[in-house]
Design a protein around this ligand. Structure first.
Ligand SMILES: C[S@@+](CC[C@H](N)C(=O)[O-])C[C@H]1O[C@@H](n2cnc3c(N)ncnc32)[C@H](O)[C@@H]1O
Length: 355
């Protein structure tokens, strides 16, 4: 562990502005100081973050001098993480030039997504910029531009999601009780330029290396990890919960732009991916429970730290019961927290299982 090289106290981490801004559902940005402190107490040397999402936890561990392997099931998350962690001044400059000179054109977004998520002009611009990303020679530039574009797409969407074709919420001329209109109507170029600054700040701050692995299931990683940090989806007890695929299919489409037309379901109201084209997400309480057990068995020598919230499915009791079969000690720590989309308080948990 290289903590002495650049030592950050828990307080520094909590207040640190180096973490990239994000609207991603389930990001650990708000709890990162608390979480990182508990992970640090386990004295890991190489952590696997196989459900890495925005990469916030991988970033925090790198700042603490701990080597990390980042993974996620979805290509859009992996490409964005590559952009975030490997950007440099040159590829950010190239990305900036590319968005300034992108020429709007007709493409799959203009043809298939009219009236759903963005305006027709924005769709034509998106097709234009995706063409630029496709033809870009340098991988670094393509990744950092993709990262910033994905952030811009999230910012310009009601609820920051693609689960409903609700462009009308942005466009209807009604008195508003909530104030996202300015963000929605800020141009892609302006949002992208803001996120490019974030990317350069993040990549320059890294201390220990972060390896970003191609999109794969949480159990498919190879390596000698002494800690696996698992941040699974969870499911509401009383109502249905959208899957990550449902929330972000449009971004996964962007990450598969050249063959997107073969992936989406024409009969879906939001043109979500066809069932057979979806990667095998942990999209039910039973799959999360089975998945956690399988992660514990796959990385049998590693300690596990599992982020969770109270009162959701599968219950903490069931997860703890499953973990007790494969690790000697299981304990919990928790903190009161609120989510980005609501101010209601709940308890953020960390389940720690060690040998
Ligand atoms: C709660 S989010 C993780 C958030 C992340 N810790 C952060 O701070 O941004 C859960 C993640 O699990 C990923 N995921 C779902 N099923 C998966 C699977 N089978 N293997 C790997 N990742 C999966 C989703 O894509 C999503 O990014």
């Amino acid at each position: 562990m290289l903590v002495s090289k650049k030592s950050l106290s828990r307080r520094d981490l909590l207040e640190d502005r180096r973490f990239a801004a994000t609207r991603y559902y389930g990001s650990k940005r708000r709890q990162i100081g608390w979480l990182a402190q508990h992970l640090l107490e386990l004295s890991p040397t190489h952590v696997l973050d196989p459900m890495g999402g925005t990469g916030t936890v991988s970033h925090a561990l790198s700042l603490l001098g701990i080597e990390v392997t980042y993974g996620d099931l979805f290509r859009f998350n992996v490409q964005a993480a590559r952009g975030l962690f490997t950007s440099n001044k040159e590829n950010v400059l190239q990305a900036r030039r590319a968005v300034q000179t992108a020429i709007s054109c007709d493409g799959i977004i203009t043809r298939e997504f009219s009236g759903m998520f963005f305006t027709d002009d924005e769709n034509r611009w998106l097709d234009g910029v995706m063409k630029k990303i496709g033809f870009g020679k340098a991988e670094g530039y393509r990744n950092v531009l993709f990262y910033a574009l994905a952030q811009a797409c999230l910012k310009k969407r009601p609820y920051n999601l693609f689960h409903r074709a609700n462009l009308y919420m942005r466009l209807s001329d009604v008195p508003r009780t909530f104030g996202n209109l300015v963000t929605w109507n800020t141009s892609f170029v302006d949002h992208i330029n803001t996120s490019l600054l974030d990317a350069i700040r993040v990549s320059e701050s890294l201390v220990a290396p972060i390896t970003v692995v191609d999109a794969c299931d949480a159990t498919d990683h190879k390596g000698n990890f002494d800690l696996v940090y698992v941040d699974p989806p969870y499911f509401r007890k009383k109502s249905s919960t959208d899957s990550y695929m449902r929330r972000y299919h449009f971004l996964e489409g962007l990450a598969n732009y050249s063959n997107w037309h073969t992936l989406f379901d024409v009969n879906s109201g939001v043109k979500e991916f066809k069932q057979e084209c979806r990667p095998s997400e942990w999209d039910s309480a039973d799959k999360v429970l089975a998945g956690i057990f399988s992660v514990a068995e796959t990385y049998s020598r590693a300690s596990l730290a599992i982020s969770y919230v109270d009162e959701e499915e599968p219950s903490i009791r069931r997860i703890t019961h499953a973990l007790k079969k494969v690790r000697k000690k299981v304990r919990h720590v928790s903190i009161a927290t609120s989510t980005a989309l609501s101010n209601s308080t709940r308890r953020e948990m960390l389940i720690i299982a060690t040998n």
